[in-house]
Design a protein around this ligand. Structure first.
Ligand SMILES: [Zn+2]
Length: 182
């Protein structure tokens, strides 16, 4: 419907839409004398900062597909049979291409450390235990969390451990963790 107070030939007013997002400003004091602006305290705001990364798991994708299906995958060299618990697509010993193999769900604590400080994601879970797991028939070790023991004194080198998997996969290395074998 046309508004009667404006002639038909007048261009419509040009104006950007008001944004209903971002910082909500109610009042910022402003002086009459612009000279006093030099003494103005800085405006400080708090706002959430969100970044979405799109990145590829590339050739490591099968490892994470395995975790989400409750399987621990490593790789094995086609030529020299060297087997990697942390998968490598090329053999570090001879350079040949490797094949995906399933790693046993049971292993032993090769060594461990207890972390009393951690990155932001793990801070609320400190202290936590990290173990390097050795497996029969596998030449390298796997770094993972050991869940269960409260104190480092409860962990032993050579202790048998069993892999467990998060039911709700996060497609992260922490999808797999270990507990003491019963
Ligand atoms: Zn090799």
């Amino acid at each position: 419907m046309k508004k009667k107070h404006r002639p038909d030939t007048a261009p419509p007013p040009v104006k950007v839409d008001e944004l209903m997002t971002g910082t909500t400003v109610f009042n910022i004091p402003f002086p009459q004398d612009l000279k006093t602006l030099k003494k103005m305290s800085p405006i400080v705001i708090k706002h959430p900062y969100h970044v979405e990364y799109v990145h590829s798991y590339g050739q490591d994708s099968p490892f994470f597909a395995g975790l989400s299906n409750g399987k621990l995958l490593g790789t094995k060299c086609r030529k020299c049979d060297y087997t990697y618990a942390t998968p490598r697509l090329s053999c570090a010993t001879c350079g040949r291409e490797t094949d995906w193999v399933e790693i046993p769900g049971e292993g032993r604590v090769h060594t461990f450390t207890t972390c009393f400080f951690g990155s932001e994601e793990f801070l609320k879970e400190t202290p936590f235990h990290l173990i390097l797991v050795e497996f029969d028939g596998v030449d390298t070790l796997l770094l993972a969390r050991l869940i269960g023991p409260e104190r480092p004194e409860e962990i032993r080198i050579g202790m048998k451990v069993t892999a467990k998997f998060r039911r709700n996969s996060q497609l992260k290395p922490t999808d797999v963790y270990f507990v003491a074998t019963e």
